[in-house]
Design a protein around this ligand. Structure first.
Ligand SMILES: Nc1nc2c(c(=O)[nH]1)N[C@H]1C(S)=C(S)[C@@H](COP(=O)(O)O)O[C@H]1N2
Ligand SMILES: [Mo]
Length: 437
């Protein structure tokens, strides 16, 4: 593990280079595998030579009729975008069953993550749930326990909400130093979708909750029976029982046919393939070691519950995946900010490792507990930069530096790392992940 926490000036002058292998994998990962085959399926042929398609010539695709409707009954991205893929880090987990894949943040625009690119986190793989044989049970300290079919669930008043989904382990590999060479891996346990379903409070009103009840156990139908204890206050506030994502049924990866979404809270509380909600008067012990999400503090004690995903941000371009590869001149620097405590108020960007900051433009709709996009124009003179973004949310909370975060949390943690991130831009335009204290 590289441990390259340095002061801005040392880093700006350092000769450190980008790890060439890692970057090449990120940039070329899917192309060789998918480009040709996908292009064939759509009836597109790669250009004979690029120049023959450029003005003033008439490009070849303008001279022929293209494939017709229903060439692709469920549409796919252009084959030229085949490199935009979820990716995993093979050394992170022993297999791909209890594992994670990452959202390709560098290639995305706006604030909505396309469903097929939402990061995946499984403790026992994806169960093949048949919606007709699936039930959502609600029982425990309630007056009228119920077992709902999917059709039953869809008869309740429906509501939609855009919210981010973030694993609290996002960035966890960076606690001890800069390690992952790409924003996909430093911040890609993150997505933002429009979620549609029924407010949990509506279902709880239907079953009649005992006045003494204060917690709810949510349990999944996967082999891990992954379960989480949710305080009644969140259940009664904005917790959503979701059956749709970005306008269509949930994807199997995201919990088809039904999952829990707790806006602004740890992704692990958002139980997928939801089969059971048990109402009780105390939290349940988290059963498996692998599904414990506790924060180990410097004194060796653990925090049992840290539900909220605090304010965070990252520049997605430039990034190791998006170098400044057009020489000197103007570039659009952009990134994402988010806070589980509400709306993003503003984002500052630094080009000199936090010595000075300037305010970025917010370029998207601003919603509570949703990704928010920012951007700022850079007129690059070709000298090295230390790029940072620092977000502030509507509670006034300012995203901490590594030093500030480590003063409270030490370096033993895995979860809830929201420190200001630094990209070093070299004179060549290449970008590397570095850490400043
Ligand atoms: N049933 C079930 N729910 C689950 C999980 C799981 O393994 N099983 N993983 C959790 C974790 S740790 C996270 S971060 C989120 C990830 O959601 P996603 O895979 O839709 O991105 O789902 C949560 N819900
Ligand atoms: Mo997670």
């Amino acid at each position: 593990m590289k441990d390259n926490k340095q002061k801005p000036r040392e880093l700006l002058n350092s000769k450190a280079t980008v790890t060439p292998m890692a970057r090449r994998q990120v940039l070329l990962g899917g192309l060789g595998l998918m480009g040709g085959a996908a292009a064939g399926a759509l009836g597109l042929t790669p250009a004979l030579s690029a120049a023959s398609n450029l003005p003033p010539n008439i490009p070849e695709w303008t001279r022929v009729l293209g494939p017709g409707v229903l060439t692709n009954p469920y549409g796919q991205p252009s084959p030229f975008e085949a490199n935009v893929q979820r990716r995993t880090v093979d050394w992170l987990t022993p297999d791909r069953i209890a594992s994670i894949s990452f959202t390709p943040l560098a290639d995305l625009k706006g604030i909505i993550t396309p469903s097929g690119l939402v990061f995946e986190r499984y403790h026992a793989g994806i169960p093949a749930v048949d919606p007709h044989q699936h039930r959502l049970m609600i029982h425990g300290m309630v007056d009228r326990p119920i077992s709902l079919t999917m059709s039953d669930l869809m008869r309740f008043p429906s509501t939609s909400r855009i919210a981010f989904l973030e694993c609290p382990a996002n960035g966890g590999m960076e606690w001890r130093g800069a390690q992952m060479d790409g924003v996909q891996f430093t911040h890609g346990m993150l997505a933002c979708c429009e979620w549609t379903g029924v407010l949990l409070s509506t279902l709880l009103a239907e079953v009649g909750v005992n006045k003494k009840a204060s917690w709810i156990l949510a349990e999944g139908a996967d082999g891990a029976h992954m379960s989480r204890s949710i305080p009644m206050s969140k259940a009664m506030d904005d917790a959503l029982i979701v059956y749709a994502q970005n306008g269509e049924a949930l994807r199997p990866e995201q919990g088809y046919p039904v999952r829990l979404i707790n806006p602004g809270w740890e992704g692990n509380t958002c139980v997928k393939w939801l089969r059971r909600l048990e109402v009780g008067d105390q939290p349940w012990y988290q059963r498996e070691e692998t599904s414990k999400y506790t924060d180990l503090m410097p004194d060796g004690k653990s925090r049992e519950f840290t539900f909220v995903q605090e304010c965070n941000s990252v520049i997605t371009s430039p990034s190791p995946e998006k170098p400044l590869n057009q020489g000197k001149g103007k570039y659009w620097v952009e990134g994402l900010a988010w806070s589980g405590r509400g709306k993003i108020k503003h984002v500052d960007v630094s080009y000199d490792g936090g010595v000075s900051f300037r305010e970025a433009k917010i370029t998207s709709i601003v919603l509570p507990s949703a990704l928010t996009r920012f951007g700022i124009e850079l007129d690059w003179d070709g000298s090295p930069l230390l790029l940072q973004s620092r977000a502030v949310d509507e509670t006034g909370y300012v995203q901490p530096t590594y030093q500030q975060l480590r003063d409270v949390r030490g370096t033993n943690s895995i979860y809830h790392k929201n420190a200001i991130h630094t990209w070093k831009v070299f004179a060549t335009g290449e970008v590397a992940n570095v850490q400043l204290s």
